[in-house]
Design a protein around this ligand. Structure first.
Ligand SMILES: O=C(O)C1=C[C@@H](OP(=O)(O)O)[C@@H](O)[C@H](O)C1
Ligand SMILES: C=C(OP(=O)(O)O)C(=O)O
Length: 430
């Protein structure tokens, strides 16, 4: 796929429903008593894997249209083990949350598999705390496949060794059927969609500064849930409109949970011109509309405390920093090596191939900013949707455009990404 430069980015757009919240709505919906109606569902390869997974567990999901689902939950202990393994495909969020949900389904045996990328990602981070709770979980040396036999679970207090919302969520979901109050202590706050949605469904959640607890629940009910736009899908366009001179872009209905929007704080420090308006609540979380105007950026330093709230947007930060005045640094982001690809090497290789001055270090990047358009060239997405989108955004800001290998992988989180780019191109031409 070839993406040509743009001379300005103007207009109004919206992005699909949040992927993290969409996964959770379907998974929690399966544990609810009765029907959950989901609107604004963010349909993607990852969230379709979640629909298929709960169907395999005996849950009926009625797809009214692309964005509207009815999930007919069977209660906290109503999941049935399928004869075949459950294929979690490329979705880390799915496999880790599901492991937590299944650990307490007593007397049943489940096998979780995934594609080559997911099979290379670390699973010891969920198997270890689940085993401490009494779960029977086998893995191939900390990797997929996971074989889980539902057991009675004990409440634990668990300190996360790495800041991970997926691991926190797995423990909280297992805690729903434990024998007391389960607590997860976080080194740095991570996205809190699971605890917010559990509380909305009637579970008892106690939140403290650095920890969150869940009490065993008798029943859950979500009723209706409207999914807000995905900040992680808005982020490529925020960076594009910032970098391409003369741009003025509005992005409507975006989730603005502060544990997701670290990129906005980082960009603000760099001199970006992003304004939030029409602030409101969607699905019990902050949301709003964004106006992005192009700006000259200056370098900044990003450290570990900011990493979880910007984790999936960090490759885009590196692109922005490579076009800024001065030298930037990002440290404390070793987790990027455990994503769909090694995003430290993938980002550095991709941006260097386009003429940018980016050096990978063990837990981040050193970036020499050159305030000019990247030359352009050819990049390898490594099958990673965030890297393919990074290449496309660099292309818009470039001189010669970018050829992206294996660009179809954007469908993992954002199937309509290239169509949206085309519609912005048409809008700019008018
Ligand atoms: O809980 C979630 O929905 C997610 C948590 C993050 O992963 P970790 O929990 O591994 O940091 C993030 O990178 C991923 O895209 C989605
Ligand atoms: C890391 C991601 O997702 P997951 O962990 O769910 O595969 C992502 O969407 O960038």
């Amino acid at each position: 796929m070839r993406v040509e430069p743009m001379h300005r980015i103007v207009g109004h757009m919206a992005v699909p429903g949040d992927k993290s919240i969409s996964h959770r709505a379907v998974l929690l919906g399966a544990l609810c008593d009765g029907e959950t109606r989901v609107t604004g569902f963010g349909r993607s390869a990852d969230t379709e894997a979640t629909i298929e997974a709960v169907r395999a567990l005996g849950i009926t999901v009625y797809e009214y249209d692309d964005e509207t689902l009815h999930v007919f939950g069977k209660g906290l202990r109503g999941l049935g083990a399928p004869a075949k393994p459950i294929d979690c495909r490329n979705a880390g969020t799915l496999v880790r949350l599901l492991a937590g949900m299944l650990a307490g389904q007593e007397g049943q045996r489940f096998t979780l598999t995934g594609d080559a990328s997911l099979s290379a990602r670390p699973m010891g981070r969920v198997t270890e705390p689940l085993r401490l709770m009494g779960a029977a979980v086998e893995s191939e040396d900390g990797h997929l496949p996971l074989v889980i036999e539902g057991r009675p679970l004990h409440a634990v207090t668990y300190e996360l060794p790495v800041a991970s919302a997926q691991v926190k969520s797995a423990i909280l979901l297992a805690g729903l059927s434990a024998d007391g109050e389960t607590t997860v202590v976080e080194p740095v706050p991570t996205r809190d969609h699971t605890e917010l949605m559990l509380a909305a469904a009637g579970a008892t959640i106690v939140r403290r500064q650095t920890s969150v607890s869940v009490r065993p629940a008798a029943r859950l009910a979500l009723g209706e849930i409207e999914i807000p736009g995905d900040f992680s899908s808005a982020a490529p366009f925020i960076v594009a409109a910032t970098l391409v001179p003369g741009s003025e872009l509005h992005i409507h209905g975006v989730n603005l949970n502060p544990r997701r929007t670290g990129l906005l704080g980082i960009l603000a420090r760099m001199g970006a011109n992003v304004t939030v308006y029409n602030r409101r609540q969607i699905a019990g979380e902050p949301a709003g509309d964004l106006e992005v105007r192009s700006a000259d950026l200056v370098a900044t330093a990003v450290t570990g405390a900011e990493v979880p709230s910007a984790i999936d947007e960090l490759p885009l930060f590196v692109l922005a920093a490579s076009c800024a005045h001065g030298d930037s640094v990002l440290r404390g982001a070793g987790e990027l090596r455990a994503k769909e690809s090694d995003r430290i090497e993938a980002t550095a290789d991709a941006l260097r191939a386009l003429g940018q001055h980016v050096r990978a270090v063990d837990d981040g990047f050193r970036i020499r900013g050159v305030p000019a358009r990247p030359h352009g060239g050819r990049i390898a997405s490594r099958g990673d949707h965030r890297i393919a989108m990074l290449g496309a955004i660099a292309a818009l800001a470039s001189r010669r455009g970018v050829e992206i290998e294996d660009a179809e992988c954007v469908a993992v989180s954002f199937p309509g990404f290239f169509e949206l780019l085309d519609s912005l191109r048409r809008e700019a031409a008018e």
